[in-house]
Design a protein around this ligand. Structure first.
Ligand SMILES: [Zn+2]
Length: 54
């Protein structure tokens, strides 16, 4: 079928953070209490003045 992920109602706790920008659960960065996934973090961090070298 499609690539749609079945949403499992898991307990929201450690390690179950969701990117508050795009909703992705992949590699959500919790630094600085931002809670963004890697991609969003890079974009947001730029606007926030963070310097990111990757
Ligand atoms: Zn994101």
């Amino acid at each position: 079928m499609g690539k749609y992920r079945p949403r499992k109602e898991r307990k929201h706790g450690r390690g179950v953070q969701v990117c508050r920008r795009c909703g992705s659960r992949d590699a959500v960065i919790q630094k600085y209490n931002l809670y963004f996934c890697r991609q969003c973090f890079r974009e947001v961090a730029r606007s926030l003045g963070f310097r990111i070298y990757s």
